[in-house]
Design a protein around this ligand. Sequence first.
Ligand code: GPV
Length: 820
Amino acid sequence: MKELNKVEFKKEVEDYLKVLFRKSINEADDQQKFQAVAYAVKDFIVDQWMATHRTYEEQDVKTVYYLSMEFLTGRALGNIIINLKGNQAIKDAIEELGMDLDVIEDQEPDAALGNGGLGRLAACFLDSLSTLGYPAYGCGIRYKYGMFKQVIENGYQLEKPDDWLKYGNPFEIKRPEYAVEVKFGGYVAIRKDECGRDKFVQENYQSVRAIPYDLPIVGYNNNVVNTLRIWDAEPIDTFNLDSFDKGDYQKAVEQENLARTICEVLYPNDNHMAGKELRLKQQYFFVSASIQRAVMKYMEKHDDIRKIHEKVVFQLNDTHPTVTVAELMRILMDEYNLSWDEAWDVTTKSCAYTNHTIMSEALEKWPLELFSRLLPRIYQIIEEINRRFVLQIQAAYPDDNSKVEKMAIIYDGQVKMAHLAIAAGFSVNGVAKLHTEILKHQELKDFYEMMPEKFNNKTNGITQRRFLLHGNPLLAQWITDKIGDDWITNLKHINELSVYADDELSQKEFMNIKYKNKVRLAKYIKEHNGIEVDPRSIFDVQVKRLHEYKRQLLNILHVMYLYNKLKQNPGMDFYPRTFIFGAKASAGYMRAKSIIKLINSVGDVINNDASINGKIKVVFIENYRVSNAEIIFAAADVSEQISTASKEASGTGNMKFMLNGALTLGTMDGANVEIVDEVGEENAFIFGLSSDEVIAYEHNGQYNPRDIYNSDADIRAVLTQLVDGTYSQGNFEEFRDIYNSLLDGQGGRPDMYFILKDFRSYAEAQERVEAAYKDEKKWARSAMLNTAKSGKFSSDRTIEEYAKEIWHLDKVKVEVTDAD
Ligand code: GPV
């Protein structure tokens, strides 16, 4: 691999400042310096990027297309630099130019093209694909506005647009030569082609031009650079004189509007389907563009479209890109003249589906009226897929009519996208062992019984390069000093740290690094929140999207309970604790927004109560995102993973905390189960109902939170404080909805997420946390073992499993030659 040369690099930065901004180093501002550094880095990786694609073509490799509505990549610069192993050279070069790499990195806006776990998983997967040398494209949308910026005003969340492209994106390359047309609406007509055959053609449609932008995904120290291709929409032909001549002015304007709106903004819903027409347009837009290009690219080097599945596989990241199935069928039949059976054979060998949730409100179901109006030809194809699938169901279960009702793709006036993905995909996977078991035996039981061979598990993972090497440089260096640097590309090696767990000096070093990271976070909190926190207190952290099932409410109710105890008994033995929250709520999710307000209000009261001597602090970190997450994980002692068992498909934050030496306080849900398997129950704090218990209560309706309210005075006191103005300056209504959700549950069951049911068990687990933290050596040992036992949770392991068991890809070695 070519070495990054300090002298050359400095020259490049200075040249770019001139070319881009007509400025010298002394005149440029920090944003301009960032841009110049980014271009200089891009210059360096372009050779590898070209060499990678030359190698793919020469070796005619099989490629995975990872189709996702979300890629939450965060900042690119720092990550690219560490993957190039250019940290030292670039740091030195930048310092010699009188700049500071941290300040430069801080200028880059996060690429927040995702909501949370699902989008971040896609980003980790791309990092692993490149590092392992697997040929891959990420395919997505170039949203003009990504995930909104959260501003907290008066304790309330406000949403501000995320204008991440304001200064341009130095890493992207626009590829207009690969533009394709995507058609919406109109109707399907049957016309004769040149050979006199009947053809289905979409007529009177509106269309847009899809333009790809490519972003480099740099592998770790291996010359591999894969591509994240995100699509933008432009009007097809602004000066279409034809249509003006025909007086079709109206249509020209409509087409322009369509192009303007499609890629405007990311829908900020996590685990929730809003059912908006524009969202379906976004889905078809990027899927159609990606599949058209993939087919064209294949046909440039091959002549038999019937064998495309030998070179191409499409992975559907949840059901959002499921129209892939019908779009591929359309292209194969309408454009390449394959018969239905031939097209179906190819399609079902090239599409695979990942499920990320069992939450019913997240399941995508589109009204027939909307779907058929927007995508008439695609709808026709889905109708035929459904007709044949229903026959198959009836053949398998001749005596059971309920099967069709439960499994049909089109039913109740809706298109059910998960059913389509399962019927057409050759693989259906869940994202953690428990989740996959629940899919097989509860949510997708009927499908599993009919097609067990399709179902498999791929436990999620995270990239240690961003979340340890980049986010926690002190710990990364310490680990490398102890065991060498193999862990960077093979996290299994991190287990070699286990032998140091009982070594007192190592324990001190480990906890000293944790302390320094807590000081770093304390400084961030002071700067951003104006709150003073003590880095010697326990940093107890819950950062993730705000959702009732994730139970931030349980956490804050417990803080209120602790505060009551401390007030009643000021002399009690109490280890100082800093409760740190970070969470965005979907803009329209009112209850989630009120929980944010509650956290901030509780914080206001407690943080300003001098009588408790700062023993409890509550901090809500504004605008939680990938870039500040890196700082937060590094500084955590306790990782709150407290979802209602069965609801969190996997979780991935849990893994990032573990890697950084935090102890999990959690339910037996999602990947927490596997974390405990690896680290041992004695090194975690497990509480609460099991998933089986939750599911049983959901079926039998035997849970009544009123019983708990009536019998437990502490809980009753806390709930009463939601409606007596304690935390709302006398306003009894501020938190009434939260109170009602726990006890009345209008429009649902009361306490649907078993917060009161799990409260005592949670409080007791929290007592164990405190006791454990007081035993410094024992805690240090547990913390180190969490890091040491995190090897399984690398996304490298996950991607190896996808590549071997689903995609059947071969690894590639890339050599940069003079020709590149
Ligand atoms: I569906 N997930 C998400 O972030 N957004 C969604 O819309 C859907 C799922 C998450 C799950 O909630 C997590 O448990 C999981 O770890 C993550 O997807 C990645 O699989």
